[in-house]
Design a protein around this ligand. Structure first.
Ligand SMILES: [Zn+2]
Ligand SMILES: [Zn+2]
Ligand SMILES: [Zn+2]
Length: 246
C-alpha cells in the first residue's frame, strides 16, 4: 500500500514537471542527431542483398521484394509472384538496383525475361460438374489493372476444370465485381479498376475539393513509371474520366 502511495506521489510529481515546447523540440533534434548514423547504416544494409534466398535458403539471392521484405533467387521470385503481380521487386544482378515491372523476371542466366502474371478472381466450382479443382491457363491477351499503386499489366487466363475439362473465362462482369474490381469497359474487358482506388479518390477530393481527377491519375502514372511499369496513357485517362466508369 505504502509502495503504491509512493508510486502515485512520484507520478503526480512527474506530471507536474512540464517541459517547455522549445526544450522538448531541442531534445527531439538531439535524439534525431543521435540515430541519424544508425538510420543510414540500416538503409545501406537494406540495399545490400543477402547471400542466399530467404525462401529456399539454397540459391543465390538476386531479387529483393519491397512488399515481402525478403530476397529471392530467380526461381523462388517466379513461383512466389506469379499470382501476386502487385509486389514491387528490385533486381540487383548487375551491381545496382533495377526495378522490375510486374511482367518481368530473371532467367537462369539472370537476364531479364518476360513473365506471365495473373491475378486470381473469385471461383466457386465448375458449372458443369461442380468440381472445385481447376487449372489456370494464361492466354496471349493482356489486361491493365489500376490500383492505388498505379498501373499493372497482367495476363488474361481461363480456368480449366481438372475433372471434366470445361473452360471458364473469369474476365466477365460478375466475376470481376465479386473480386472487388470495376470494369473499365463494358465488354471484352481489357481494363479493370480496384474499388479501393475509387474510395481513395473520393476521400481525396472531399479533403481537397480543387484537385483535378486527371492530376490524380497522372500521379498514379508517375508512380508506376518510378517502379519501371508502363505509364497511364491518354486512352486510359479518357476511360477513367468517363462518367460511365464512376
Ligand atoms: Zn530460392
Ligand atoms: Zn513479394
Ligand atoms: Zn467440371
Amino acid at each position: 500500500m505504502q509502495c503504491l502511495e509512493k508510486l502515485n506521489a512520484s507520478t503526480k510529481l512527474k506530471k507536474r514537471k512540464k517541459v517547455p515546447w522549445g526544450k522538448r523540440e531541442e531534445s527531439n533534434i538531439e535524439n534525431w542527431e543521435e540515430i541519424r548514423c544508425k538510420i543510414a547504416d540500416v538503409l545501406i544494409e537494406c540495399e545490400t542483398l543477402k547471400k542466399n534466398c530467404d525462401n529456399c535458403q539454397a540459391e543465390k539471392a538476386v531479387i529483393r521484394c519491397t512488399s515481402c521484405v525478403q530476397a529471392f533467387c530467380f526461381q523462388c521470385d517466379i513461383n512466389i509472384h506469379m499470382n501476386d503481380p502487385f509486389h514491387d521487386r528490385i533486381s540487383y544482378e548487375n551491381g545496382f538496383g533495377l526495378p522490375l515491372s510486374c511482367c518481368e523476371s530473371l532467367d537462369e542466366n539472370f537476364a531479364i525475361q518476360n513473365q506471365e502474371k495473373i491475378i486470381k478472381f473469385s471461383y466457386d466450382c465448375c458449372t458443369v460438374c461442380s468440381s472445385t479443382l481447376k487449372e489456370i491457363v494464361p492466354t496471349k491477351e493482356s489486361c491493365v489493372v489500376l490500383n492505388i499503386k498505379g498501373r499493372f499489366d497482367i495476363n488474361k487466363y481461363i480456368y480449366v476444370c481438372s475433372s471434366c475439362g470445361s473452360k471458364y473465362d473469369p474476365f466477365n462482369l460478375k466475376c470481376i465485381l465479386k473480386s472487388n474490381y470495376w470494369p473499365g469497359t463494358p465488354s471484352s474487358i481489357s481494363l479493370i479498376i480496384d474499388v479501393e482506388l475509387f474510395r481513395m479518390w473520393d476521400l481525396l477530393r472531399k479533403r481537397s475539393p480543387g484537385i483535378a481527377e486527371n492530376c490524380f491519375l497522372q500521379s498514379l502514372g508517375d508512380y508506376s513509371k518510378l517502379n519501371n511499369r508502363l505509364k497511364i496513357e491518354n486512352y486510359l485517362l479518357r476511360i477513367m474520366l468517363s462518367d460511365n466508369v464512376h
